[in-house]
Ligand binder design. Structure first.
Ligand code: 1HN
Length: 357
């Protein structure tokens, strides 16, 4: 037995505050006061389920179009702030979301940063973004990638406003203190490859014969909706519906079959008219964007009715069930690649809505 006399000193139970103050001066703190908050029996997220109605967000975004130019703002974006984390520029705990407007004739000037970005096109046609020296045209439903530290600028040379959803891994990079960013010395970077180059080179189920890149970012930087939709339509004939997901596909990096982006997993699913999914939950909080159709989604206790271009978010480990009133397609994204690489990702399938734990 330990006979060290210090263990026999009176326990400071009547003066915890004094004890905490004393150890605080040495930048020490008692684990026993916080342990149950640090290590929770299941995810205890500040993230709340929420739906942003596109028509309402669009109205105030267009108003911003009259208040500030894309160039003045650098990026004219309204941040989608999760109501459980106000002021933190987060749509989920680990990810950022925003709605960006580029008006006809405008340029969002070239810059680059460590954060990965996805664009999911909500409205407009034919504006372009240039990423790492290649231009791509943007159409509704296209999923476009900006890899870490790739130069990127957006130019709207069409005659319609262009609006897209930005998804970035900003909170993750912030957490890791790994952010670098710089401005290009002109608004638009030089274009060094022809339109459609990466699509032909990497997006046609072919790779150049000596292609050896094991890059964690997909070299395909635009996954056009038309092709994704066509694949889903062809697959529905087989009707191998997943009870929790309908028909759900993952955007893929042809280098390795992994996720298209290293930190953000992206998906597109088809729910046919009348389909009701079984309850499902996973540890990756997920942002959903309906492209076509109407339906309802229950997330925990919240129920959201949705239509095209609305945006809704499900926190980690909240039970999700969808019902589609029409044939519906839902784009979604989450931090699943990070969680899977770290061995943290977990899912639970099936209708367990009656369970309390
Ligand atoms: C950014 O670079 C874009 O390139 C959009 O369109 C949103 C939010 C924070 C930091 C960089 C873009 C962004 C961003």
């Amino acid at each position: 037995m330990n006979k060290d006399t210090t263990t026999e000193a009176p326990r400071p139970t009547d003066n915890w505050a004094g004890y905490y103050e004393k150890i605080g001066k040495q930048h020490l703190a008692p684990l026993w006061e916080v342990m149950s908050e640090l290590v929770t029996p299941q995810p205890a997220s500040a993230c709340r389920p929420h739906l942003w109605r596109y028509a309402l967000a669009r109205e105030v975004l267009m108003e911003a179009g009259g208040l500030i130019t894309a160039k003045e703002a650098e990026r004219r974006v309204l941040i989608l702030e999760n109501p459980g984390m106000p002021g933190q520029s987060r749509i989920t705990t680990s990810l950022y979301g925003g709605l960006q407007l580029v008006l006809p004739g405008e340029v969002a000037p070239a810059h680059r940063h460590s954060q990965s970005a996805l664009r999911f096109v909500m409205e407009g046609s034919g504006a372009h973004t240039t990423v790492g020296g290649e231009k791509t045209l943007m159409e509704v439903g296209d999923f476009v990638i900006t890899p870490p530290l790739a130069w990127h600028d957006h130019v709207n040379d069409s005659d319609q406003p262009m609006i897209w959803l930005d998804g970035l891994d900003i909170p993750l990079v912030q957490f890791l203190d790994a952010s670098f960013a710089e401005r290009f010395d002109s608004d638009a970077q030089p274009v060094s490859r022809p339109l459609g180059d990466s699509q032909a080179r990497y997006g046609a189920n072919l790779l150049p014969v000596d292609h050896a890149s094991g890059s964690v970012v997909s070299p395909i930087f635009n996954y056009p909706y038309a092709r994704t939709r066509e694949a889903l339509e062809a697959l529905r004939r087989d009707a191998a519906w997943d009870p929790c997901h309908g028909l759900k596909m993952r955007y893929v990096n042809p280098n390795d079959g992994g996720f298209a982006m290293p930190t953000i997993g992206t998906f597109m699913q088809l729910l046919p008219r009348g389909f009701e999914t079984a309850a499902y939950r996973a540890t990756d909080a997920t942002v959903f964007v309906p492209v076509e159709g109407h339906g309802r989604t229950q997330i925990g206790d919240a129920i959201f009715a949705w239509g095209p271009q609305d945006i809704f978010v499900a926190p980690s480990w909240a039970r999700i069930s969808h019902s589609a009133e029409e044939d519906s397609t839902l784009f979604s994204f989450s931090d699943r690649p990070v969680q899977q690489k770290l061995g943290l990702w977990r899912e639970e399938r099936g209708d367990t809505a009656q369970r309390t734990t």
